[in-house]
Design a binder for this molecule. Structure first.
Ligand SMILES: Cc1cc2nc3c(=O)[nH]c(=O)nc-3n(C[C@H](O)[C@H](O)[C@H](O)COP(=O)(O)OP(=O)(O)OC[C@H]3O[C@@H](n4cnc5c(N)ncnc54)[C@H](O)[C@@H]3O)c2cc1C
Length: 237
């Protein structure tokens, strides 16, 4: 059984970070808990077999007893919005009513540095295939556009406008952070939807980072879930 030494960190391709800070239960917890149905007992090998059987039978309620608290840092606001649509989870998000985009950091207007504050599409870092041919010119346009937004925001705040109102001029790709507590059942639903190629590239990369963490703490569960659900190919691609 893997030893859990928090936090467990995984970077998100394109920017951002997922940290697992706390966990309730271990890889075999759902199997141990499911035994209440028959008041049965089992050794580790029997519990491993039972866990796989539960996944095959789609008997998912025991997986609600396995809970993860993630800290997700530096994701674009619109990916945060997609994450918040998953109602069976408990999020708590950074507030741009009370914080400025440059809090705790200095904004430098180079692609790599700016990408830490505002998400720049992965196409411009060649992380994703594209047919954009004037990339050098466009990345400069993006940087200038973001610079104008941020400078106008700063001017509005310095002029006395509330931060919560001044943020109206900030770019949609502004990066945010949140805590996200979710149980394994709901996480499986999340992965089913967000590892799929139908989901946006950015949230797929976030889902892949979550899976890499799960492989470190609940390898039997995640490996069998991905195989049984047919999602393994999407995780590996
Ligand atoms: C590719 C893709 C495109 C999307 N496009 C859009 C879009 O254009 N617009 C948009 O608004 N959303 C969109 N979504 C979000 C999507 O509709 C879901 O809101 C989101 O993915 C959360 O899924 P969920 O409801 O299963 O998860 P959760 O909210 O975590 O719910 C988990 C499960 O609990 C049950 N449940 C929760 N609440 C209820 C309820 N009120 N009634 C009955 N059962 C409930 C359901 O079985 C649900 O699957 C998109 C999602 C994906 C993956």
């Amino acid at each position: 059984m893997p030893v859990f030494e928090p936090p467990i960190k995984e970077e998100i391709l394109g920017g951002g970070l997922v940290l697992l800070e706390e966990m309730l239960g271990d890889d075999l917890t759902p199997a141990k808990i499911a035994r209440i149905s028959y008041l049965s007992e089992g050794d580790e090998e029997a519990n491993r077999k039972l866990l796989i059987k539960l996944l095959h039978m789609k008997h998912f309620s025991p997986f609600e007893q396995q809970v993860f608290r993630f800290k997700i840092e530096g994701i674009p606001m619109y990916i945060g919005e997609q994450l918040l649509r998953h109602r069976i989870a408990s999020p708590l998000k950074r507030s741009f009513r009370f914080t400025s985009p440059d809090k705790g950091t200095t904004i430098e207007y180079t692609p790599d540095s700016l990408n830490k504050i505002v998400h720049i599409p992965p196409e411009f870092f060649n992380l994703r295939e594209s047919h954009i041919d004037n990339k050098d010119e466009l990345i400069q346009d993006i940087i200038n556009h973001i610079r104008k937004s941020v400078e106008l925001y700063q001017k509005l705040v310095e002029s006395g406008l509330r931060k919560e109102a001044a943020r109206t001029v900030l770019p949609a790709g502004l990066r945010t952070s949140l805590y996200w507590t979710i149980n394994m059942r709901s996480l499986m639903n999340f992965l089913e939807q967000r590892l799929s190629p139908k989901a946006q590239w950015e949230i797929r990369e976030l889902a892949k980072a979550v899976v890499r963490i799960l492989y470190r703490v609940v390898p039997l569960t995640i490996d069998n879930f991905l195989k049984i659900s047919g999602l393994e190919k999407y995780y590996r691609e």
